[in-house]
Design a protein around this ligand. Structure first.
Ligand code: HEM
Length: 95
C-alpha cells in the first residue's frame, strides 16, 4: 500500500499561525465570529473590504496593528515569514 506522503514543508503554515493567534478573536474561519466582542468590532477577514486590499497593506496591518482597536501589532510575535504566510492565508478566505 502506498505510503501517505510526508509533508516536508508547510504550505499551510499561514493557516497554522492564524489558528494559533488570530482565530480566537477573528473566529475560526476569520469571519469575525470569535468568542469576544470588541469596539470597534473584530474585522471580518473574508469581507470584500479585506479581500480587495493588496498583500502589502494587510502585511502592514498585521505588522503594526491598528491604533485604538484590539488589533495589536504582531511584528514582535510573528516572523516576517509568518506574517506573509498568514496574510496569504487570509487572502485565500472567501465568504
Ligand atoms: C495572527 C493573528 C491576527 C491576524 C493575522 C489579524 C489580521 C487582521 C487584519 C488583516 C485586520 C485588518 C482588516 C481590515 O483592513 O479591515 C484586522 C483587524 C482587526 N483585528 Fe486582527 N488579526 C489577528 C489577531 C487579532 C487579535 C488577537 C485580536 C483581538 C484581541 C484582533 C482584533 C482585531 C480588530 C478589533 C480589528 C479591527 C480593527 C479596525 O477596525 O481598525 N486581531 N486583523
Amino acid at each position: 500500500m502506498a505510503e501517505v506522503p510526508r509533508v516536508t514543508h508547510a504550505p499551510n503554515s499561514g493557516q497554522v499561525a492564524f489558528q494559533q493567534d488570530g482565530a480566537v478573536y477573528h473566529g475560526p474561519t476569520g469571519k469575525g465570529d470569535g468568542h469576544m466582542t470588541f469596539n470597534p468590532p473584530v474585522a471580518d477577514l473574508t469581507s470584500a473590504k479585506v479581500r480587495t486590499q493588496l498583500a502589502p497593506q494587510l502585511i502592514r496591518t498585521v505588522h503594526k496593528g491598528r491604533a485604538n482597536s484590539a488589533m495589536g501589532k504582531w511584528e514582535n510575535v510573528l516572523s516576517d515569514q509568518d506574517i506573509e504566510d498568514v496574510v496569504a492565508y487570509i487572502r485565500s478566505l472567501r465568504d
